[in-house]
Ligand binder design. Sequence first.
Ligand SMILES: Nc1ncnc2c1ncn2[C@@H]1O[C@H](COP(=O)(O)OP(=O)(O)OP(=O)(O)O)[C@@H](O)[C@H]1O
Length: 255
Amino acid sequence: MENVISVENVSMVFNLANERIDSIKEYIIRALKGNLNYEPFVALKDVSFQIGRGESVGIVGANGSGKSTILKCISGIYKPTRGKIRTKGLLAPLIELGAGFDGDLTARENIYLNSAIMGLNQKFVESKFEEIVDFSELRPFLDVAVKNFSSGMAARLGFALASVVNPEILIVDEILGVGDAAFQKKCGEKMEQLRSNNATMLLVSHDINQVKAQCDRAIWLKKGVLVMDGNALEVCEAYENWTKNHSAFESEASS
Ligand SMILES: Nc1ncnc2c1ncn2[C@@H]1O[C@H](COP(=O)(O)OP(=O)(O)OP(=O)(O)O)[C@@H](O)[C@H]1O
């Protein structure tokens, strides 16, 4: 099987401020005095995996375990501190709500902006525009600034755009959970259709049943470390057994 995502020894270190700074003025004074203290926080530790074309992979793990961070690295939103990531083909990231959207622009403008970011040409987007709007069911709101959208509306717009362009890699981070039942059903069907066209899917979800139903493989991250990678049912079961005895929040959980 041809690899379309390759993650090699990826680590991500964030600098966390270890003191509270209440105002920009205080921040500037401290910055000028060289008095800003940061502590490195390792969100991903030496993570490696390969994903082949057509695979559907779920990433599971407790809050703060690094799931969104790895998706953002693969989507090119973050540059990993160490390691290498390679992807092949058109990649559509459905990350945080509204990520990639400019709140001050209208839905119509954001469709063009996002398409350009994905590397699609304007003619192609024009030819798909009606399909995108129909899928989103947001026609009456096309000329409304996206900052006035509800989280579900933003998710609708994002998914409509990402699915209609037929990406070779679809990256979905939880966001479909904010859609209503009808929209979730529609997205589920679209994802099935993309999968049957051999698209590769990478999914983060706290809904273990969704991972079991939609993924053939799962990767379990624990405090930024890949602890298990294999058959989705087996990994989900191991993770579920582990959560029975541990807090849902990584920092409080013993390993
Ligand atoms: N931009 C950032 N700056 C600093 N720390 C960050 C940043 N993004 C993530 N982190 C930290 O990295 C860790 C992993 O975060 P991440 O969002 O990847 O976790 P997650 O597994 O997706 O969690 P959840 O299940 O709660 O969505 C967290 O402790 C988080 O605080």
